[in-house]
Design a protein around this ligand. Sequence first.
Ligand code: AVI
Length: 338
Amino acid sequence: MRTGTAREARSCRAPDPVGARADRQNFRDAVLRGLSSTPRFLPSLYFYDARGSQIFQRIMALDEYYPTRCEREILERDGERLVGCLLERHGTLVDLGAGDGTKTHLLLSRLFHRSPGLSYAPIDVSPSALWDSLSRMATAFPGLHVVPVVGEYAEGLRWLGAREGIGALLVLFLGSNIGNMEREEARGFLRGLRSALRPGDHVLVGFDLLKDRAVLQRAYDDAQGVTAEFNLNLLARMNRELGADFDLSGFAHRATFDPVRPAMESWIESLRSQIVTVAGRRFAFAPGELVHTEISCKYREGDITELARSGGFAEVGRFRDRRGWFADALWRVPDRWP
Ligand code: AVI
């Protein structure tokens, strides 16, 4: 364990973020590509500007949005077994898509005093969420060695593949972030993750399990309209950053359940015929036209087994909340694959 004061941790231990930023140019290109496609789409990655990250915090506190509470229950109850691979040894807790880091805090608190030379590497596309989390961690775990990486998952994987001298890894991919990828994309991502890791490294992946449709519908279309605000923030962000002129009252949030995938999907619906200018380009919207904004896949137990196998991981354990609504799967990189 490194010792030091919280002030030292904040000012010295947390270096400047490394890696590429999801900058305005990428946002502009992605938006123009998505709005020029048929059917139209906007990548969910761009939900998480500073405002979107704040709204997501409010979603996580909603009664209807169960995944956060379910996963917290698992981490509180099974935390000791989940971090066992890093106990009593030099290692690094890597947080892919770290968000505000509250769940990671639960795991770090089990490791901090018992893992000599522990490092913490949060990787997130949102610099604001990352820095909020870092200052909280610096206060809670003075002297913790922190290596923050601002970037998309691909940058995170590159960084993991090139790592040196940071011991064994436990990579957290919590909060059902994997659900925001199409199945094939998830498979490819997990294969990429495994090839960036070394035998003996572990990953802990959060999966939202398939459940009653009404529960899912409420979680993605809450009564207070916080999820609607989150979704429509994409339009507000275009107004702020790309000089767009979306009138938000002309659009509405829609959440639908696709039983085949199975997945919840989010859309923005145009409520009338309208023309909007984005980054100097004009786009006509028909009444009822839908723009796809997010997929949130829901998993069956067998899907998780299959994902581990196709990714080349050995499953160590699977931990569920008491209602069986959410599962955290702990996987190890085996010595040989295949
Ligand atoms: C971040 N991600 C796992 C959330 C989900 O459940 O798909 C994002 C979200 N979208 C609407 N509500 C929450």
